[in-house]
Design a protein around this ligand. Structure first.
Ligand code: ADP
Ligand code: MG
Length: 709
């Protein structure tokens, strides 16, 4: 049997796993020996260094080896409460251990057995005692089908007397059981196993071989540093992390190279007529960054391979006009353009905006969303496939099967992270290798950009259009609410408008909704009776939402109480106050997005973060990051460091890879090394074929992402 065959062996053939346990394991995604071996410890405990019983002191945690003198269940007065008690001794003294409600232990401990106990000591009326210690019988025992948690293959200690791997419990699989199964699996691992890492990469990066790495990650050798292990810095772990990132980067690099080999149906040229058309449309002078980025985009569009570019620019940095410049270039070259936004309100706003800017041009534009009536939709679809509509703005309704184009040449996606990778791919597939421009206002830290969007080129705009005042941000405890209301009154009296935002946490959506609704009532009747107050939340019908938002934008309301549905892109230049309730419940990037709803006009704007005191230290740091800076990139880095990549993007839909051992933030340097090595390895003709084949086979399944094949 080759090592690959061995690793692919279904777990039911592993010693200690019967059909029932195999089914349990399958349910939690563990089908093969490889699955089991690649489910790594999340931390390690040092249970080594035996002590003699006479040297034990109350309050310390220790390991001892003892001989069992006696053991049994001791009833208590409480009916369903049983104590199992064991008495053990060594040459220096004796020790009692007790466990609560584990009567099965009577089948585990027998007199004269040698056992290892690991636990915390306490002084009781019976003398020194360990309560619920970890235990292990130091004795060979043959494991049958569906081994219980004490059977083992040999004399090696797994649970005590060493640095012990700790696994997260999943389904029926306890940490202890995984330790035993991994031990069985490692015992049968062939002496030589193949390595997906090329030798020269391994040498250059000074990585241990795969077999050693797998073994030592689970069962660290004697003398290993517990701190290195818990920091995922041991040589074995570093090698496994590198392997994971290397495979992931191979896939991304291949995907990018494949895309670069694609050819657009015809080339895009920039003539004087195109330049003139752009000049006519521009309502203002572009900022330096807007010019730079527009040049990057147009440069891509002129190339024979399709553009695949991510435009990052903080809220208000002026991405829309850049996108419109790209759209003009495509349309002047006879291509159609699809512009997708995450919400109907946003799509509509873009539509109104773009229609106004293109008023004097010969291009026809249309809006297509979920709210478009069936008849109108059919007309639009006919015009799109006939080619008489040049630019369509819409929501994910654009992705639907019935929507087709005559010659789609440019796809623009606003607020990227709201869309899954699949939606991006499916809109792209409506053209023949169209250019793709994705825009996001969530500044993505470099580490994440390399991973999630590793196959995109990135443009960044940090400069703001002229005439903006920096938003003043303050964090205040709830006790200062009155003062803040007073401040809002002065702003409204000066002609401004204000937002009051409520968090909406999924699990308690109803409660929060009620809180927002009650708050709107309270503000309208008790606090601001002289002003007009509107309410906006996600449960409202689309028409109703649009209606409220548009009325607010026209200045018909002074105050808009809302859940986070206003988070993305809505532009009300006259709004100057953003009050966020329960600011401690929001992510930093989300707060930054919310703050970006104000400061879009000529007036000085304010953001007040109201929190429930007392705040834990971390909460204080978080809010301080916002009051300290308005630079979205700085905030994004802080957010990522504080929350980790999973929460940063919120959902798995975001296209983040499912990693088994690496951590994008903690191990970002390894990721960068892996990226360089993956590129170099694929440049080597001797290795290219086998690496590409390997990736094609395992990549998508392993990382839970869209395939590269
Ligand atoms: P975002 O990057 O958040 O999508 P927008 O494209 O909506 O930003 O632009 C924000 C506001 O700034 C809009 O009102 C837009 O008209 C204005 N704007 C953009 N670029 C400039 C510029 N170069 N000069 C003046 N105003 C600009
Ligand atoms: Mg925008």
């Amino acid at each position: 049997m080759t090592d690959r065959d061995y690793l692919q062996t279904p777990l039911q053939y592993l010693k200690g796993v019967g059909p029932r346990r195999a089914a349990d394991l399958q349910r939690v995604g563990l089908a093969t020996i490889e699955d089991l071996l690649y489910r790594f410890p999340t931390r390690y405990e040092d249970r080594g260094g035996f002590q003699t019983i006479s040297s034990l002191k109350p309050g310390v945690t220790a390991s001892v080896v003892a001989e069992v003198i006696g053991a049994g269940v001791r009833p208590t007065r409480r009916p369903h409460f049983k104590i199992f008690e064991m008495l053990g001794r060594d040459d220096t003294g004796s020790l009692r251990a007790i466990w609560f409600n584990q009567p099965f232990l009577k089948d585990v401990f027998r007199p004269h057995q040698r056992v290892v106990l690991f636990g915390k000591l306490e002084l009781t009326s019976h003398g020194l005692q360990m309560q619920n210690p970890q235990y292990e019988i130091v004795q060979a025992d043959s494991a049958g089908d569906d081994a219980d948690e004490t059977s083992k293959a040999d004399d090696e200690m797994l649970h005590t007397g060493r640095i012990v791997p700790v696994y997260e419990k999943t389904g029926q699989l306890t940490a202890k059981m995984q330790r035993i199964l991994v031990h069985h699996a490692l015992a049968q691992l062939p002496p030589q196993i193949s390595d997906p890492l090329p030798d020269d990469v391994r040498r250059r990066q000074q990585l241990v071989d795969r077999r050693t790495a797998i073994h030592d990650t689970h069962f660290p050798p004697e003398g290993a540093s517990i701190d290195a292990l818990n920091g995922f810095r041991s040589p074995a772990q570093q090698r496994m992390i590198f392997e994971e990132f290397f495979l992931f980067q191979l896939g991304l690099v291949l995907r990018k190279r494949r895309a670069e080999a694609d050819r657009k149906p015809r080339s895009i040229v920039i003539t004087d007529a195109v330049r003139e058309s752009a000049r006519r449309v521009l309502p203002f002078k572009l900022t330096g960054d807007q010019k730079k980025v527009t040049a990057e985009i147009v440069g891509d569009m002129k190339r024979p391979a399709p553009m695949n570019r991510l435009l990052q620019g903080d809220v208000g940095s002026g991405k829309t006009i850049v996108a419109l410049m790209a759209a003009l270039v495509a349309m002047e070259n006879g291509f159609q353009v699809a512009f997708m936004a995450p919400t109907e309100i946003l799509a509509e706003q873009h539509y109104i905006n773009i229609r106004r800017l293109l008023e004097t041009s010969r291009f026809r534009i249309a809006l297509l969303t979920g709210a478009t009536a069936a008849k109108k939709r059919r007309e639009l679809q006919a015009e799109l496939s006939g080619g008489s509509i040049h630019l369509v703005v819409g929501t994910h309704a654009l992705v639907e099967g019935a929507v087709g184009f005559r010659e789609l040449g440019l796809v623009i996606i606003d607020e990227q992270h709201r869309f899954g990778v699949l939606q991006r791919a499916s809109l792209r597939s409506k053209g023949q290798h169209p250019d793709v421009l994705v825009m996001t206002a969530t500044p993505i830290p470099r580490t994440l950009a390399l991973t999630t969007y590793g196959d995109l080129d990135v443009s960044i705009m940090r400069e703001m259009p002229p005439g903006r005042h920096a938003i003043r941000t303050t964090a205040r405890p709830e006790s200062r609410r009155e003062e803040i209301y007073e401040f809002i009154r002065t702003q409204i009296d000066a002609g401004r408008q204000a937002y009051v935002i409520y968090p909406l946490v999924e699990e308690s959506e109803k409660v929060d909704l009620r809180a927002a609704t009650e708050m709107a009532d309270h503000l309208a009747h008790d606090i601001f009776p002289a002003y007009r107050v509107a309410l906006l939340h996600g449960r409202m019908k689309q028409d109703a939402k649009d209606h409220v938002m548009q009325a607010f934008a026209r200045g018909e309301y002074h105050l808009l109480v809302s859940t986070t549905v206003v988070e993305v892109g809505v532009d009300v230049a006259n709004a100057s106050v953003m009050l966020v309730e329960h600011a401690e419940r929001f992510g930093l990037s989300q707060l930054h997005q919310l703050r970006g709803r104000v400061g879009r006009g000529a007036h000085q704007s304010f953001c007040v973060l109201l929190y429930q005191a007392p705040l834990p230290d971390q909460g204080r740091d978080r809010l301080k990051a916002l009051t300290d800076t308005t630079d979205g990139f700085v905030i994004a880095e802080r957010d990522l460091a504080l929350r980790g990549p999973g929460d940063f993007f919120g959902t798995r839909q975001s296209g983040l890879p499912t990693l088994r051992v690496g951590d994008i933030v903690r191990d970002h340097q390894v990721m960068e090394a892996a990226r360089r090595e993956a590129g170099a390895a694929l440049d080597d003709p001797a290795q290219h074929e086998s690496l590409a084949a390997f990736v094609k086979e395992s990549w998508a399944q392993r990382f839970g992402l869209v395939g590269v094949g």
